[in-house]
Design a binder for this molecule. Structure first.
Ligand code: CTP
Ligand code: CA
Length: 226
């Protein structure tokens, strides 16, 4: 018999990666969604598997295939993603929240298709649970490393980095991967540039290039913490 033993600097580690974008139903055929393709999360899962980790990929509406050698858990909504991530996180050394999770969902999705009435409806929304902040708060497992992603644009109030620092402090995660979006950067593009912050908002690493390069840069930092 041939014994297969994982090698690589993440061998023996169990990691959970969420990827893609959630869809929150309005009725059986319509949803509130976002443009996330899941490419960065899939690249993170593939890179972790290549480095020897046991990988659970929680995928929400992925527009790219899951990599070979990872366990795929398919979800649709933010609530489903939360349940799947929390279940997998109970036995994980690392959780990476790369998914674009809806901030709000329709309060009462209709059971049957909404009909046009001539009077445009007002759709009542309710906030979803912040899964990343909840993981950071609950700490389901001792010495678990929790990583968030933040796509930011600068605005009148603050720069990309200032928004990132504030988010890093607010989330209670160990690392926050910040990338600038807008002007052709980020969503749906092949290359990006990221700044990796610790939970206090200090810069611990920077990387630029393909989503694969960014993924390995994230694992390089995580590796120092697990
Ligand atoms: N996130 C989450 N649950 C949510 C919303 C976001 O776990 N309900 C996670 C994302 O997966 C990501 C991180 O939080 O890892 C940052 O997401 P982002 O949308 O940038 O942060 P928000 O706190 O939602 O702030 P805002 O959208 O107002 O910038
Ligand atoms: Ca958000």
């Amino acid at each position: 018999a041939l014994a297969l033993v994982a090698t690589g600097d993440l061998a023996g580690r169990h990691v959970v990666v969420s990827a893609g974008g959630t869809r929150e139903p309005l009725d059986p055929v319509r949803f509130l969604g976002n443009r996330s393709s899941g490419r960065q999360g899939v690249a993170l899962a593939a890179a972790a598997a290549a480095r020897g980790a046991q990988v659970t990929l929680v995928g929400a509406n992925l527009s790219v295939p899951a990599p070979a050698g990872v366990e795929l858990v398919t979800v649709g909504t933010a609530a489903e993603l939360r349940e799947a991530v929390r279940a997998a996180a109970k036995v994980a050394d690392v959780v990476v929240m790369a998914a674009a999770v809806a901030d709000y969902r329709p309060v009462n999705p209709a059971g049957t298709k909404l009909k046009k009435t001539g009077a445009p409806p007002t759709i009542e929304l309710v906030e979803t649970v912040d899964i990343l902040a909840e993981l950071g708060h609950d700490r389901l497992r001792d010495s678990q490393v929790i990583v968030g992603f933040a796509a930011e644009t600068g605005d009148a109030a603050a720069s990309v980095l200032e928004h990132g620092r504030a988010k890093a402090r607010r989330k209670g995660a160990d690392l926050l991967v910040v990338n600038a979006v807008g002007d052709g950067q980020g969503f749906g593009t092949a290359d990006n540039a990221v700044t990796i912050l610790d939970g206090t908002g200090e810069i611990v690493s920077e990387a630029a290039g393909s989503k694969d390069v960014v993924a390995h840069a994230v694992w390089d930092v995580v590796r120092t913490l697990v």
